[in-house]
Design a protein around this ligand. Structure first.
Ligand code: PLP
Length: 395
């Protein structure tokens, strides 16, 4: 496996000249190729019209599905374009028939919007939510999961990489348990797709949602959903339109047979072209190489932060990814974020409201989140840490 040509990749990312961007879990810097794809599409719409541009770009728009099929190791008809990860996840989740007494099993690191949906169906449909405890490393305890399974469990839903830390949950092990018991398995891959190799067949998930703007480096306002072919027919989308279904007779309709039943007709066409380009770009670099580089940088960043007096890293898990969370004994995380921003260094803040189960367990309210990508460098990590250290010493 060859190592990455970081200088070239930085040269293809205009934003690298302006900022130290450690907010790739928020929204990454898009490569120039993605930017040009979006702008070029919009320019065509301006010149010849929106419907006419869509016709002209027919093949490019269609290639979206083939690129994702390659990225996730699935079929093109198992992919839907959705406006963001949350709505993609919702389309899958609210399609699942659930009723009184049914159980949903999830994990401690679960994302806020997913958990809100569980709470809603628990209230409205009498469904029970069960949360699997973590093991000693902080990832989902697969032994505990196995012991919680019974015939009432209708769904295992898990966040692969949480928004609030470097944890990578054991998606493959969870998948083998779901498969063994033939239980639907919905994986939130919002922070993992684009960051690491994802193979839906190796994982064994039935549904996987993700976004364009994070580790895939696509445009904002784009996302996608994967649904396993043999599961599609049993999932009735919570809403349908003239794209998801056909009005075949006055009192009849037919829902599409592929995953595009989860799409809607009107969408961000330029964004779809941009996201297709972003996937192509990631594939051309290689997801194995991307992940190796991200893990090396994140490891270096964690060690550097830990070595500074007063700072502490808070990431859980056996396997850790590019999301690095930390805090200082005295400085507030918003002070840290604001001070870094004045020096063109981007991070974000993650708080208890994003992942209440996890943060309450650890008695945390908020953490600074620095998320690195393959185009970041060791020198950027050094400058970033000098800035942090300087800030702490001026206290
Ligand atoms: C960001 C995030 C989401 C939401 O993605 P959107 O595209 O903003 O809807 C969902 N899950 C996780 C784990 C996330 O980090």
């Amino acid at each position: 496996m060859h190592s990455l040509d970081v200088a070239r990749l930085r040269g293809e990312t205009k934003g690298c000249d302006r900022v130290i961007h450690f907010n790739n879990a928020g929204a990454s810097l898009p490569p120039d190729a993605v930017h040009h794809a979006v702008v070029g599409y919009l320019e065509q719409e301006r010149l010849i019209g929106g419907y006419e541009t869509a016709a002209m770009y027919g093949e490019v728009l269609e290639s979206f599905y083939a690129h994702f099929a390659r990225l996730l190791n699935c079929q093109a008809h198992e992919i839907a374009f959705v406006e963001n990860a949350t709505r993609a996840w919702d389309m899958a989740f609210y399609s699942i028939p659930l009723g009184p007494g049914d159980r949903i099993i999830t994990a401690k690191a679960e994302y806020v919007s997913n958990f809100l949906a569980y709470l809603q169906v628990a209230r409205d449909k009498g469904v029970t939510i069960d949360v699997v405890p973590n093991d000693a490393t902080g990832q989902l305890d697969t032994g505990a999961l196995e012991s919680m399974i019974d015939e009432r469990v209708k769904l295992i839903a898990m966040t692969h990489v949480p928004t609030q830390g470097g944890l990578v949950n054991p998606a493959v092990e969870v998948g083998s348990i779901a498969r063994k018991h033939d239980i639907l398995y919905l994986l939130d891959g919002c922070q993992s797709v684009g960051q690491m190799p994802i193979d839906v067949n190796r994982i064994g998930c039935d549904m996987l949602s993700g976004t364009g703007r994070k580790y895939l480096r696509g445009p904002r306002g784009t996302g996608f959903l994967y649904v396993r072919g043999r599961r599609i027919q049993a999932l009735s989308p919570p809403f349908i339109d003239l794209h998801a279904a056909r009005w075949t007779a006055k009192n009849q309709f037919e829902i599409r047979k592929d995953a595009r039943r989860f799409e809607n007709w009107e969408c961000f066409f330029a964004g779809k072209v941009g996201l297709a380009k972003a996937v192509e770009y990631a594939l051309s670099i290689g997801l194995e190489s991307i992940y190796r580089r991200i893990q090396q940088l994140a490891h270096y960043l964690r060690e550097s932060i830990e070595s500074m007096p007063g700072f502490h890293v808070h990431d859980l898990g056996r396997e850790k990814c590019g999301i690095v969370t930390f805090a200082h004994d005295v400085l507030s995380v918003s002070t840290i974020q604001a001070s870094l921003a004045r020096h063109q260094m981007n991070i974000s803040v993650t708080s208890v409201t994003s992942a209440r189960l996890d943060f309450e367990d650890r008695c945390l309210r908020e953490l600074a989140r620095a998320s690195v990508h393959y185009f970041n460098t060791e020198q950027e990590v050094n400058r970033f840490c000098e800035q942090l250290d300087g800030l702490a010493k001026r206290q």
